[in-house]
Design a protein around this ligand. Structure first.
Ligand SMILES: Cc1ncc(COP(=O)(O)O)c(C=O)c1O
Length: 466
């Protein structure tokens, strides 16, 4: 008999978590104004809000932390990280930052101006936020297949070359500081980009004289999908695939809290020395001196080690199998999920789950709140709240997909937890007809509102302020 699959690690340290009653959860979520970001972590049983910074570091990462060099300038930890970035990703120049959006802030300060356009594939919200904050425009060139959650396509993160070329032809080169390729594509469901697509985008970019920057938070998961799904890569190691991926990029921004398996950190990788020098000035103003940029020496050491571990096949296989395990359990229960399953998360298609709710009542948020009330599981809305308002008209932007994302922290939960999540969602699914109304907004911030928005239930289409 073939041996079943099992994790490629054993557990050395544990952290207790606490169950709660439905009554407690109903009170807590009401006090949190139906925004799951406002809950305390001890009010949550299984926390799937994000896979960002929530992973468990390995014994080798903790050991590396003890060797951190906390010198202000020229620390050995900086050089450890510099060497790891050069070896694994191939970039000569790098700037440490405290997290991914800080890398965007520094690099975009050097590149993006009022009136620019930045084509890409489903830009992440902070990426779009940093573009729009500079009065430039993010243009989504993701393939249409990405927006059909039932369609089986191996690389739904791909850019549509026709859409991209249209943008490159319609705007002068000076107005396009970069093309952003997001690997994997968080906003469209953790979907990967194929190597072929990266190669073609890069070739087109070079034809038009435009640089390509990879938003790299989950680059290793993307490499895993290339290995298992794209012809010609089955026998290549993850590190070989990663090297080829980055041969099609002029630079990268990285949120190290994902595939580098650290709790905090980020960086920029670049080939162009001039751009590195310009960006260095912004790094010093916003983050810190260029050899620490908002990170402790110990954190840079853990990150260097994490980059190595995060690009190992066994680690990635364990991780992606767990996500797929949850996806398959949900499918068995008939719950509408984005397919194929993403790398870091399972995305529930809220429009198919609650088809009777109007889009004005924040369908995915309604489902996320129901799941919390059911079992203390915290997911996150990837829908209208996240899509924010159009910066010019201030109207709600209704995205093609209304999703609830269940992001799985790395090396944290077991498959028993996955079973609890699946059954909790089944229970909500079984009583979906009873969920008759959603929510309306009481207050919101002018940008990136989903973090702090306050909501109230909409009862019988009458707005009720609580
Ligand atoms: C694709 C992508 N880019 C950028 C970021 C921003 O990174 P950070 O949260 O470290 O600021 C994220 C975070 O989730 C992301 O998923």
């Amino acid at each position: 008999m073939e041996l079943p699959f099992s994790e490629s690690f054993k557990i050395k340290m544990v952290e207790p978590i606490r169950k709660s009653s439905r009554e407690e959860r109903e009170q807590w979520i009401k006090a949190a104004h139906y925004n799951l970001f406002n809950l305390r972590s001890d009010q949550v049983f299984i926390d799937l809000l994000t896979d960002s910074g929530t992973g468990a570091m390995s014994d080798r990462q903790w050991a590396a932390m003890m060797l951190g060099d906390e010198s202000y300038a020229g620390a050995s930890s900086y050089y450890n990280l510099k060497n790891a970035i050069k070896d694994i990703l191939g970039f000569e120049y790098f700037l440490p930052t405290h997290q991914g959006r800080a890398a965007e802030n520094v690099l975009f300060s050097a590149l993006v101006k009022d009136g620019d356009i930045v084509p890409g594939n489903s830009h992440f919200d902070t990426t779009k936020g940093h573009i729009e904050f500079r009065k430039a425009k993010a243009i989504d060139c993701t393939i249409d297949e990405a927006f059909n959650t039932t369609l089986d396509h191996p690389f739904k993160g791909n850019l549509d070359l026709n859409k991209l070329e249209y943008e490159l032809q319609s705007h002068p080169k000076e107005k396009i500081p970069m093309i952003i390729v997001t690997v994997t594509c968080n906003s469209s469901g953790g979907q990967p980009v194929s190597m072929k697509n990266m190669r073609e985008v890069y070739a087109m970019a070079k034809e038009y004289g435009i640089r390509v920057i990879f938003d790299s938070a989950r680059f290793a998961e993307n490499a895993y999908f290339i290995k298992v799904r794209e012809e010609g890569y089955a026998d290549k190691s993850i590190k070989e695939i990663v090297k080829e991926m980055y041969s099609y990029a002029d630079g990268m921004t990285m949120s190290s809290k994902k595939d580098a398996i650290v709790n905090m950190g980020g960086f920029i990788g670049l080939r162009d020395e001039e751009l590195f020098k310009t960006a260095s000035q912004f790094n010093i103003i916003f983050e810190g001196f260029i050899t620490y940029g908002g990170m402790s020496g110990r954190d840079m050491n853990a990150l260097a080690q994490g980059l190595d571990e995060g690009t190992e096949f066994n680690y990635l296989e364990t991780r992606i199998n767990q996500v797929a395990y949850l996806g398959s359990r949900l499918k068995e229960f008939g719950i509408p999920v984005q397919e194929p399953f993403g790398g870091h998360a399972i995305f529930i298609d809220a429009k198919r789950f609650l088809p009777h709710l109007p889009k004005e009542e924040y369908v995915a948020q309604t489902l996320a709140v129901e799941l919390y009330k059911e079992a203390g599981i915290r997911g996150v809305e990837i829908g209208t709240l996240l899509a924010d308002r159009d910066p010019e008209t201030r109207e709600n932007r209704y995205p093609a997909l209304e999703l609830v994302r269940l992001a799985i922290p790395r090396r944290v939960y077991t498959n028993n937890h996955m079973d609890v999540i699946a059954v909790a969602l089944k229970n909500v699914f079984d009583r979906r007809e009873e969920i008759k109304t959603g929510y309306h907004i009481l207050s919101e911030a002018p940008i990136m509102r989903h973090f702090t928005v306050e909501l109230a239930p909409t009862v019988n289409a009458t707005c009720v302020a609580e």
